[in-house]
Design a binder for this molecule. Structure first.
Ligand SMILES: C[S@@+](CC[C@H](N)C(=O)[O-])C[C@H]1O[C@@H](n2cnc3c(N)ncnc32)[C@H](O)[C@@H]1O
Length: 250
């Protein structure tokens, strides 16, 4: 099994594939002041198995296009949508977020939790803008420094992993430079990382390893995840996901 298949195997049973939480998705909805009765077209980009998609479908009067480049995750999302009775609101699309087949001004809302980093925040907000109607809303979570200075080893780790990591004021500036009016921002609290994401993942490690014959590749994936968890636990005072809400101008 190649590494991709192993990563899918580890993550597809999870409720979410990155830090987040239902309460925080609702908080973002409130911050965006989205009219829950209005008929809306929403794109959820990098949706994974649909933690945010399914909640948005329940809370909004919306037709949602759920995009991910992994069909395995979309299959799980579809099963969950059926079980929850919201399948008729959701269309899945297996596609890369840097090559979306959308028309100009197609959506009222673009939502993306823990995924825009895959193409980079600046490229994502710039490229996706044209898919939003004038006055439409962008809601994205993005890895963010929450202190102005940080230990050199943490800085160099993130400089290697994702050089676009920055403080919130710099992210908000990027939104302004690309034709959005910032509406609001908040930081995902610790429970979104530990209780919603890392602890459930750790609870799956044993089954994951035995399902995959305790192979060297599977053990390497677990070790890498454990390193990421240790890094978060050591340095959580310095970084988190910021949730950014912005309105498309003009
Ligand atoms: C950290 S997970 C977040 C998933 C989900 N939004 C959540 O919060 O649970 C990032 C997601 O982006 C997807 N992804 C990564 N690169 C992508 C790309 N180029 N195009 C579309 N989806 C991508 C992954 O398959 C994964 O589901």
């Amino acid at each position: 099994m190649d590494d991709y298949r192993l990563l899918i195997d580890l993550h597809k049973q999870a409720h979410r594939q990155g830090p987040g939480g239902d309460a925080e998705t609702k908080q973002a909805l409130n911050l965006a002041m989205i009219d829950r009765a209005a008929s809306l077209k929403v794109a959820d980009i990098g949706c994974g198995t649909g933690a945010s998609t399914l909640l948005l479908a329940r809370l909004l009067n919306a037709r949602i296009t759920a995009v991910d480049f992994l069909q395995d995750f979309l299959d799980v999302l579809e099963e969950r949508a059926e079980r929850m009775g919201v399948a008729d609101q959701i269309t899945t699309l297996a596609c890369s977020m840097d090559n979306l087949p959308f028309g100009d001004e197609e959506f009222d809302v673009i939502w993306s939790e823990g995924a825009i980093y895959n193409i980079g925040f600046e490229k994502g907000v710039a490229d996706w803008r044209r898919y939003l109607k004038a006055g439409g809303l962008l809601v994205v979570s993005e890895i963010t420094w929450i202190t102005d200075s940080r230990p050199p080893d943490l800085q160099s780790y993130w400089d290697g992993e994702y050089p676009e990591i920055n403080v919130a004021s710099a992210k908000i500036r990027v939104l302004e430079l690309h034709g959005y009016a910032p509406v609001g921002y908040f930081v995902l609290p610790e429970h979104c990382w530990l209780d919603e994401y890392y602890r459930p993942m750790q609870a799956r490690f044993e089954d994951f390893l035995s399902r995959n014959g305790n192979s060297e590749e599977a053990r390497a994936i677990v070790a890498a995840e454990q390193r990421e968890i240790a890094l978060y636990e050591t340095y959580k005072a310095h970084f988190s996901y910021g949730v950014y809400v912005a309105r498309k101008l003009g």
